[in-house]
Design a protein around this ligand. Structure first.
Ligand code: ADP
Ligand code: ZN
Ligand code: ZN
Length: 746
């Protein structure tokens, strides 16, 4: 047997694995993740590393392969845990070990740490006094200033000395060489959360820990009791927005802290859940850290180092926070567990929920999922008894769920209203303006408007590299959202030269313009990809809105999540249908979630809220259930559809996604793989078919869908397919990716 080992567990060296033979004596004890010793390099220096793979064959001549020396002693290290997790991800999601390791191991690059420098008096007072006298007599003004201060304080912050006391570097050097002072440098690991928290919200002020309500306390107690008993079943908290889930999370985290265990709290996107982070920060102080997507690799690495050193017990972040090198995890929370961002879009295409289960399993920790609109998968698992189900059905305090009205846009059209606002919504907005209350208007599209098409020949203008329509932006250019190809807006149809070309669909910019003209004098803010590109883009817009610097906030998906604006009493959904007609078995689920979350924004304060949903399809069950705010009803209806068409959660689905610059190669590979699946076992196979976007960035794309009730059967299938792909060397330009239980149909 052979072992692949890595010498240095850092991101750059993960590609460099070395092959060793495993001596028979230690074979039973060697596993993926084992810390081992081996002779390395020309001089056969004894070197330490980790096993990342175990193989039964090798391509090298036997006599060229050295033997491992043995295992290193010591407890299972965090490195071993993470390498094991990578191996699990490789097998579950179909990637190479190196891809999996790179996902799990943080990038360590040379970062210049901010240093905290201090100047310390390095002699006794008597000598210092003498030196001070000398300075006075010689008129060394700078030295005199510093010494007088140091005799009083003994040590001073470097910045204060150089800036406030105006002491030069050379003066300090000279004092240092006379042994009067020393300069001590402490590495300061950046903590991105606390700087912000300090400046914004008076961190340091103690968090007023809430007395949990009876139902909150019951949920927290029951989860903790299970944990203490050693039960490891995950829990799902189904709680409407504002029902106090976050308080329950904090209670659990605090209990874990008392037990000396660490917690990971996953949230969909930091910028959008800023208020939640501040709450954790205020309660747990600098025992919490965060990571987020806009942090540099160095900053992330710092936070992981702090975790490894035991400086923190709580990490908050997006799915990559799962790989925080905590040694003894007690709890992993996944808030808004239905969110699509928990699924990785790059190989290994892992889902945070499943990785969380695996990560928790190793240290006997527990996983808690929370959502107002649980994913079909999770609710299904809960109803099958695989998860514990808790429900928090009521909002905390006096705030009640809003009243929801559905407006049929077809009727509006019949009476000649072609504007974006139904009579109903227009009136409701005006009322809010009169009462000095705020409104949020939601639309789920970006850009100025949709695609451009020709009314004569019916063709849409498409990107020549990607099989998608170009999107019109109001700088009068057409842009491809996949490859950034862009051209000026043509004045006639490129196909038939007709002049009757124009834009269709609606975007945030168009909505903004329509709002300004419908409500002159109203102060309008817009939040979308374009207005939030700056570093604190989201926060600026949200805090401006929170401070009532605007009456109406217009936005995409971004505005529907997580914020508490107590003065928002109206939420308008401009076109609820947009997400309903995506060619995807999850589109109804996604629509229901979006509508419910959007509705949850209204009436978070003591004033009652109202929600108006505009739609061309008021009879659709997703819209009906959202307007009744009835999760169960949606779930039951959706589940019966999924059963009818055999989709998850009833079955597991594997997408095989093939792309190549050559259309022929792409087709051949797809045929070979589809045949392999058919021959391999009793899988349901659909395709090969063209992907929704049949060509992107000059690559042709095909998809095969495979279904099976047993997820392990799909894992096995992936292994078989990998072998086939490896053997088809002549199709080397093909790229094949796997996606287990995908978030889209490709
Ligand atoms: P969720 O996470 O379910 O949306 P939160 O935990 O954010 O709910 O709670 C909603 C609001 O109610 C917050 O402002 C929170 O501070 C407050 N809250 C939650 N639990 C309590 C409690 N037990 N007592 C008083 N206020 C509470
Ligand atoms: Zn045309
Ligand atoms: Zn393109």
């Amino acid at each position: 047997m052979y072992a692949d080992v890595i010498v240095d567990i850092s991101h750059e060296s993960l590609d460099r694995v070395f092959l060793y033979r495993i001596p028979d004596e230690i074979l039973p004890d060697v596993a993926i993740g084992s810390p081992v010793k081996f002779p390395f390099g020309k001089g056969n220096r004894v070197t330490e590393g980790y096993v990342v793979d175990i193989l039964s064959t090798s391509d090298y001549p036997e006599d060229k392969i050295k033997y491992l020396i043995g295992l290193r002693d010591g407890a299972v290290s965090i490195e071993s845990q993470l390498i094991n997790l990578a191996a699990w991800m490789k097998n579950t999601y179909g990637s190479t070990m190196i891809q999996a390791l790179k996902t799990v191991i943080p990038i360590k690059n040379e970062v210049r740490h901010k240093e905290d420098k201090t100047i310390i008096l390095n002699c006794d007072d008597k000598k210092a006094e003498e030196f001070l006298k000398l300075c006075i007599s010689k008129k060394y003004k700078a030295k005199e200033r510093l010494l007088a201060e140091l005799i009083k304080e003994k040590s001073l912050p470097y910045e204060l000395v150089t800036q406030k006391l105006n002491i030069s570097q050379s003066t300090l050097k000279s004092l240092e060489s006379d042994n009067i002072i020393v300069v001590r440098a402490d590495i300061k690991y950046r903590n991105p959360a606390d700087e912000k928290a300090v400046s914004d919200t008076g961190f340091g002020r103690p968090y007023d820990v809430k007395n949990l309500t009876k139902s909150q306390q019951e949920v927290a107690d029951s989860i903790m009791a299970d944990y203490i008993d050693g039960a490891t079943k995950p829990s799902l908290i189904h709680g409407v927005t504002g029902s106090g889930k976050t308080e329950v999370y904090m209670e659990l985290v605090s209990k874990m802290q008392m037990l000396g265990k660490q917690s990971i709290v996953l949230i969909p996107e930091i910028a959008l859940t800023y208020q939640t982070i501040i709450r954790f920060y205020k309660r747990f102080g600098d025992r919490v850290s965060i990571i987020h997507s806009r942090m540099s690799q160095g900053e992330k690495y710092d936070q992981f180092e702090r975790a490894k050193k035991g400086e923190i017990d709580i990490m908050i972040g997006p799915r990559s926070a799962l790989f925080t090198p905590f040694a003894d995890i007690g709890l992993i929370i996944i808030d808004e567990e239905h969110e699509a961002t928990y699924k990785s879009e790059t190989t290994p295409k892992y889902h945070a929920r499943e990785v969380a289960f695996e990560r928790a399993r190793v240290s006997d920790g527990i996983v808690v999922l929370g959502s107002a609109t649980p994913s079909m998968e999770s609710y299904y698992n809960a109803s099958c008894g695989n998860y514990n189900l808790y429900s928090l059905a009521e909002r905390i305090g006096t705030s009640t769920l809003p009243e929801v009205t559905v407006v049929d846009l077809r009727e509006e059209l019949k009476v000649g209203n072609r504007s974006m606002f139904s009579a109903n919504l227009r009136e409701a907005i005006q009322e809010r303006l009169d009462r000095k209350e705020q409104t949020m208007l939601f639309i789920n599209r970006r850009g100025y408007a949709g695609f451009v098409s020709c009314r004569s020949c019916g063709e849409a203008i498409k990107c020549p590299h990607c099989d998608v329509s170009l999107t019109y932006h109001n700088n009068k250019r057409l842009i491809c959202h996949y490859c950034n190809y862009n051209i000026p807006m043509p004045d006639k149809c490129p196909k038939c030269a007709s002049k009757f070309i124009g834009t269709f669909g609606t975007g945030t910019q168009k909505l903004e313009e329509a709002t300004i003209s419908a409500f002159p004098g109203a102060r309008v803010l817009r939040m979308d990809m374009d207005t939030t590109s700056g570093k604190d883009g989201h926060e600026k817009i949200l805090s401006a809105f929170a401070n009532h610097e605007a009456d109406i906030l217009i936005g995409t998906q971004m505005i529907v999540k997580g914020h508490d604006f107590s003065n928002v009493t109206l939420v308008g959904i401009i076109a609820a249908d947009m997400s309903l007609f995506e060619n995807d078995y999850r589109s109804a689920e996604r629509t229901f979630q979006l509508l419910t979350q959007a509705a949850g924004r209204a009436g978070r304060g003591d004033k009652p809220g109202q929600v108006i949903i505009q739609t061309y399809k008021p009879e659709h069950y997703a819209i009906q259930a959202a307007s009744a705010q009835d999760y169960e009803e949606f779930y039951e209806t959706e589940l019966s559809y999924r059963r009818l068409v055999n989709y998850p959660p009833y079955l597991h689905m594997l997408v095989i996604f093939i792309s190549s610059p050559s259309i022929a190669e792409c087709g051949t590979m797809a045929e070979i793989l589809a045949k392999t699946v058919q021959d391999y076992g009793d899988y349901t196979v659909i395709g090969p078919a063209e992907a929704t976007i049949a060509k992107k960035q000059d690559r042709y794309r095909k998809v095969i869908w495979c279904k099976h009730a047993d997820v392990n059967a799909l894992k096995e299938l992936m292994n078989a397919l990998e072998a086939v792909i490896k053997n088809n060397t002549e199709l080397k330009n093909c790229n094949v990716q796997f996606d287990l239980d995908p978030m889209s149909m490709y």
